[in-house]
Design a protein around this ligand. Structure first.
Ligand code: DGL
Length: 272
């Protein structure tokens, strides 16, 4: 546990603006904490890039946050968490929380059948990181993972609750549930998917013919952060600051509010 009187900010980074879903969950759970956010918008997407490239980019993002004196680093990006968690922990003097472990633990707490579905980027799915994290805790768990690359642009366009979103979700989830019809828990293993949560939950229930528990890795990360910094009632009550940085500013005005749920006060352009 970090000391309650540690006023240093929490650092959060992502490949782009999607990680603002993690900031949103974090600020809801710990409203008094100051947050520094970095979106590597010049190099997004990470989901289709090779592990070495993602690791190199992620280490540079973390270095930026560490230079700003953060007490803790959250890797909002599932792809970066999947490829670079060990490298980032090795390079950091402060604790580092990735997206995969908290999401895996939340899924294990939710499943009854022991059959878990994971959806994410191509990089996250190919890495096998969720399978490893799930099996490390419960070796007999059955995991089916599906890359859903079309969901990221849908979330960015704001097409999150229409016929196109439903058709795309149905196509991916039909394949996933064909692989294991006993899946009762679905992990949203990507920063963007919380925006499609309604459509994904409804489609999963239709395809499975019963309710399917949805695990949102952004909320799971916020819960893991609370466990490390202490419950909100023990902390400052004044609203915390949110300072946002990005490596490219194109479309930020349009995209950021969609993921954060409010308009951020602005982004400062930085070069890593
Ligand atoms: N942030 C990425 C993730 O959570 C999705 C977008 C990208 O491919 O960079 O995996």
């Amino acid at each position: 546990m970090l000391p309650v009187d540690d006023r240093r900010p929490i650092g959060v980074f992502d490949s782009g603006v999607g990680g603002l879903t993690v900031v949103r969950a974090l600020r809801a759970a710990l409203p008094g904490e100051d947050v520094v956010y970095l979106g590597d918008t010049a190099r997004v997407p990470y989901g289709s890039k090779s592990p070495r490239t993602v690791e190199r980019y992620a280490v540079a993002c973390q270095r930026f946050l560490l230079d700003r004196g953060v007490k803790l680093v959250l890797i909002a990006c599932n792809t970066a968490s999947a490829h670079a968690l060990d490298a980032l922990r090795d390079a950091s003097p402060v604790p580092v929380i990735g997206a995969v472990e908290p999401g895996a633990r939340a899924a294990l707490a939710a499943t009854r059948t022991g059959d878990i579905g994971v959806i994410g980027t191509l990089g996250t799915v190919r890495s096998g990181a969720y399978e490893r994290a799930l099996r490390a805790v419960r070796p007999d768990v059955r995991v089916s993972a599906m890359a859903c690359p079309l969901l990221v642009p849908l979330a960015e366009e704001g097409w999150t609750d229409d016929d196109i979103a439903r058709a795309v979700a149905r196509r991916y989830l039909t394949q996933l549930f064909d692989a294991d019809p006993a899946i009762d828990t679905l992990v949203l293993g990507c920063t963007h998917y919380p925006l499609l949560r309604g459509v994904l939950a409804a489609t999963a229930a239709q395809v499975a013919h019963r309710e399917v528990a949805i695990v949102d890795s952004a909320q799971a990360m916020a819960a893991a952060t609370v466990a490390l910094v202490g419950a909100p009632e023990n902390r400052r009550t004044a609203p915390g600051r949110l300072d946002c940085f990005a490596t490219d500013t194109s479309r930020l005005d349009e995209l950021a509010p969609r993921f954060l749920g409010e308009r951020p006060s602005g982004f400062e352009l930085v070069d890593l």
